[in-house]
Design a protein around this ligand. Sequence first.
Ligand code: GTQ
Length: 346
Amino acid sequence: MSETLGTLEELPQEYRDEMTKAGVAPLWPMMRNVLPHDKPDAVSKSHLWKYDTVRPLLMQAGELTPVEKAERRVLVLSDPGRGNGAMQATASLYAGLQLLLPGETAPAHKHTPSAARIIVEGKGAYTVVEGEKLPMSEGDLILTPGGTWHDHGHEGDEAVVWLDVLDLPLFYYLEGSYAVEAEIQAQRNRPDASQVEYRAAGIVPARRRQNVISKFPMMRFPWDRTKAALQELAAYGGGDAVEVDFVNPETGESPLPVMGFTALMIRPGETVKPPLRSSSAVFHIISGSGRTVMNGEVMDWNAKDTFSVPVFAKMEHSAGDEPAFLIYAHDIPLQEKLGYYEERTR
Ligand code: GTQ
């Protein structure tokens, strides 16, 4: 074990000035900042965004800023650990609430980060990804993989709001984040792959060598199927937490390279105590209400609220009188690829 490390102040001023001039810096005074002992120091702070608080501001944005002036009309959920205006919710995850009003379109673009949307309220909106029209219903999870063209439209008559989760902070950190704009896309005249090729779990288009399988075969996960899967698992599954992962139906792997998605059902009277994880996450409540105690802090949530989870957070979730249904986005796939994803017993 290293002794207490030397500080900058211990070094002669002249030597420090020479180092600055030479464009170098000593590691040892900074050693514990960049390599803290035993576990990372989280910069991110957990936060609960109440939909009741954010929704009026989002609707006001609808009056103040036409979609043409916004490209995407979004209020970003800013990590309090990074201060006002932070364009991220955790180290790797950006989250924001996006509003689209009847008749509006958000123009086509593609960007290096991947996006996922969880539909919060309203009917009649859709997103088009590479020509595939993906209708939006409450609770649906819709993917926009990095590098794919996407635009949003609205054929209904009420405001539609969804939660965007992007791996943008990572791409930004890598100096790899940018977008390209284009005209609105032509839509193929057929339902999306969740209604054609991947209608049922375990059934996929016949395996033939000449089949060209897309890297992102299924980009919409309808909520009614997810909910039914959780309810059956709750009725007949083992004693574990009732959770399902969203996967690429062709590979069984996470549906995006960086982000993974999990749906969780909390039964009344049950306390879900996940292990401490090296991943960070953004939780969104689809329905029900309940409580999460995170690192000792109590967060009481309702349907449509969103909360962030920093790395190695200690959490306990419980539901009210009704079962609660949540979806969370996390960066476990990224951490597994980097070889350091870890779970610790509590
Ligand atoms: O809908 O394409 O929240 O490009 C941030 C960047 C949403 C989108 C965001 C985006 C989008």
